[in-house]
Design a protein around this ligand. Structure first.
Ligand SMILES: Nc1ncnc2c1ncn2[C@@H]1O[C@H](COP(=O)(O)OP(=O)(O)OP(=O)(O)O)[C@@H](O)[C@H]1O
Ligand SMILES: [Mg+2]
Length: 233
């Protein structure tokens, strides 16, 4: 898309992965030592499980887990997977994914609809495509309240497979929309801001693109396009 920051190069990805590994090793050691500490304290204070010190330990453990999750996400982003392209039938791929995410949607009281048209098959990395759609549906779910609706739509357009995730949730202000594809931009306390950049990378690795259409209070549509030459070409 025009005006978007360039994608990270391989060198930056490698450096980032190196830094992330260096953070993760000491982090694991802190985690292990913390649980040893907790264990030993429990032995020293067997009747004081609700003592303040245990709350402090649990808080530290929670923060360590948050950091560790962040590093995992970051690593996933910093090491672009190689694309494994196959000619795949599109519908079963998406109905499988919908079955996987349906419980999460019904838990929130949000309807998940499928509207699947367009090319029967395309050259795709099925795992990556599922990752991209999953990220979009999770974003849509978070933006939607009970009674809302999320639709995964496929269509054909000029030799392309179009995959769109549409929600009728809170939408984005122009400022958020502008920055949404930038790595680490997030408006959520628990967010890493890598979901949409990952979606964009997956689409671009396939030779496709991603586009966001959104307005505050009017929901969001994220549209991915993948080249889908006819079978046998
Ligand atoms: N469907 C949507 N409706 C409204 N806002 C959205 C939607 N999808 C994304 N956004 C906005 O774009 C921001 C970036 O999204 P992105 O998926 O990259 O990161 P995130 O969801 O915050 O964190 P995570 O890394 O866990 O995905 C979000 O924080 C949110 O503000
Ligand atoms: Mg996200």
């Amino acid at each position: 898309m025009e005006g978007e920051p360039p994608q990270e190069s391989g060198l930056i990805g490698t450096l980032a992965a190196g830094v992330a590994h260096e953070v993760r090793n000491p982090l694991n050691s802190v985690q292990i030592n913390l649980s040893i500490l907790e264990q030993e304290l429990l032995e020293l204070l067997p009747d004081r499980r609700d003592a303040h010190v245990f709350k402090v330990l649990r808080k530290i453990a929670g923060e360590i887990k948050r950091l560790d999750d962040f590093v995992s996400e970051f690593l996933r982003f910093a090491r672009p997977p190689t694309l494994n392209l196959e000619r795949l039938t599109v519908r079963p791929l998406i109905t499988d994914l919908a079955a996987f995410i349906a419980p999460e949607c019904s838990k929130k009281g949000v309807a998940l609809d499928l509207d699947l048209r367009g090319p029967e098959s395309a050259l795709l990395d099925g795992f990556q495509l599922k990752q991209a759609i999953l990220n979009l549906v999770l974003n849509a779910l978070r933006a939607t309240t009970t009674g809302g609706r999320v639709t995964v739509r496929t269509a054909g357009d000029e030799g392309c497979l179009v995959v769109a995730v549409v929600d009728d949730g809170e939408g984005m202000s122009p400022e958020v929309r502008e920055k949404a594809l930038t790595p680490f931009f997030t408006t959520r306390e628990e967010g890493t801001g890598l979901g949409l950049p990952l979606v964009r990378r997956i689409a671009e690795q396939h030779g496709g693109s991603v586009e966001i259409s959104s307005a505050a209070g009017e929901g969001t549509t994220v549209t991915m396009r993948f080249p889908a030459p006819p079978a046998g070409s």
